[in-house]
Design a binder for this molecule. Structure first.
Ligand code: ZN
Length: 477
């Protein structure tokens, strides 16, 4: 008897180990994790940072949180959820935010009420030019990955990871080519919303601004589960964190810091009820401490920027006083946090508080649309007015100049760098960049003059020395 049992166990183990029981979805390994008796989390892939869908069986039907970017995968996952929960009365789909890898499979749930923040639909609106670019990117990336894959042993971890990436890229391309009409939420809210599903309550609150404009948190008190979408994570399970990689207020993403902080505060008041925090992708986890640290960090920044502006401090003062590594050393090496993200978040807060616009962004837009010198000069001259409408950052203006260079818009890059030279005549770096653009335009004499000015300000500049030596070398040949 004992022997037989042992034998059965050994054979089962062997079968599992050989993958005989493993299930695939569109060629990708399926993962099913039961969070509690009536809640299941499903995702595909062992390596890629794919979206994890969560489904709750409530007394009023099944509530699903998020889809993947691909309706083919979501149609299969829907079947898996029905099998796991032993029912198929799907009633509600909730989107944690607008990103395609969370809303791309909404069509699979078009028989359900789809709930999300009021800005999800706007964020999903397809931009046909963008779609073509993304399709072209997917096609070239797939070809590149396939080439790399051919040179790797198929059973090596790197080979398996690449194989998944190729598959995902192919699926992405297939979905893009099908060009499905986006299926936006059918029921939206701005600040907070409570969804009662009989024995289960879903407390939804806006927590956007540090990822997209439309992120929400979903708290389910009966299960002690708090879902935070892609807004944050403090533990990586893989070295390719994907969407969860940055905790940052980005340029161009709408912010409402007071509402964000209010809603985070309300969630933290319930922290004793939170038993489990769930992120939007399977490969990043969030601890309650990680959540609290991030909320406290944004609160300190927001209060600090408001106070400093009231005291008449400059943007540079604030950036120095609130540097991540010196002011928040505990977060400096934590996932999603870094100096660049911290810098950008302070910059966004500064703009909200002072209502000042970025001169760099304005100049970029003006030059790009072919505005005349007068218009450009008006912005530059604003530097001397108080209060000024714009804030001027040398690095930001230079960055936009290089963006023009990358787009092969050399005359526009020259105009941008010229404005920067006028604004920051004591900076060796802006002369160096103007020299680079002039050289690209074939203006050797102009470039030489700029490199010479740059070297006069910083005689040790290696790029200036190198450029001049090159120009002179070519000239003497
Ligand atoms: Zn996202």
């Amino acid at each position: 008897m004992k022997t037989t049992r042992w034998l059965v166990a050994a054979v089962s183990l062997l079968l599992v180990a050989s993958g005989a029981f493993a299930e695939d979805v569109a060629g990708l390994p399926l993962h099913v994790k039961r969070l509690d008796p009536t809640t299941v989390r499903v995702w595909v892939g062992d390596y890629i940072s794919s979206t994890a869908t969560v489904a709750f069986a409530t007394s009023r039907g099944i509530v699903v949180v998020d889809t993947t970017g691909n309706p083919r995968i979501d149609a299969e996952l829907r079947k898996v959820i029905a099998r796991e929960l032993g029912r198929s009365d799907f009633k509600v789909l909730i989107n944690t935010h607008e990103h395609g890898d969370h809303t791309g499979g909404n069509s699979v749930y078009s028989d359900c009420e789809i709930v999300g923040h009021e800005l999800v639909g706007k964020g999903m609106t397809p931009n046909s030019r963008n779609r073509e670019q993304v399709a072209a990117w997917h096609a070239s990336r797939t070809a590149e990955l396939e080439k790399n894959l051919a040179n790797l042993p198929a059973d090596s971890p790197e080979g398996k990871r690449l194989r998944e990436e190729v598959l995902v890229n192919r699926l992405g391309l297939e979905a893009l080519k099908a060009n499905p009409k986006p299926v936006p939420p059918t029921r939206t809210f701005a600040d907070r919303m409570t969804l009662s599903m009989g024995d289960t309550t879903f407390e939804l609150s806006y927590i956007g601004g540090m990822h997209t404009a439309s992120d929400i948190a979903i708290f389910v008190p009966e299960h002690g589960i708090l879902m935070t979408g892609d807004t944050m994570a403090d533990v990586w399970l893989t070295d390719t964190p994907g969407c969860l990689a940055s905790f940052i207020a980005r340029e161009g993403v709408r912010h409402d810091f007071p509402l964000l902080l209010e809603n985070w505060g309300l969630l933290l008041q319930k922290k004793d009820q939170i038993k489990m925090l769930i992120t939007g992708h399977w490969n990043g986890e969030l601890t309650l401490k990680g959540f609290e640290d991030r909320v406290n960090y944004v609160r300190s920044l927001w209060e600090g920027v408001n106070k400093a502006v009231a005291e008449g401090k400059s943007l540079a003062d604030i950036q120095t006083a609130y540097r991540l590594d010196t002011r928040f050393p505990e977060l400096a090496r934590s996932p999603g946090c870094n100096l660049r993200n911290n810098y950008s978040t302070i910059l966004e807060m500064w703009q909200v508080v002072t209502k000042q616009e970025s001169a760099a962004a304005r100049l970029y837009a003006l030059i790009d649309e072919g505005a005349g010198e007068d218009a450009i000069h008006q912005v530059v001259a604003d530097r001397n007015s108080t209060p000024s409408r714009y804030f001027f950052l040398e690095d930001q203006i230079n960055g936009y100049g290089y963006r023009f260079l990358q787009q092969d818009k050399v005359p526009q890059a020259i105009a941008m760098f010229k404005a920067n030279v006028e604004l920051f005549p004591g900076s060796w770096n802006v002369f160096d960049s103007l020299g680079e653009a002039l050289l690209k335009a074939g203006d050797v004499a102009g470039a030489t003059a700029m490199y010479e000015k740059s070297l006069a300000l910083n005689p040790e500049s290696p790029s200036g020395k190198e450029a001049l030596a090159k120009i002179r070398g070519t000239a003497t040949k």
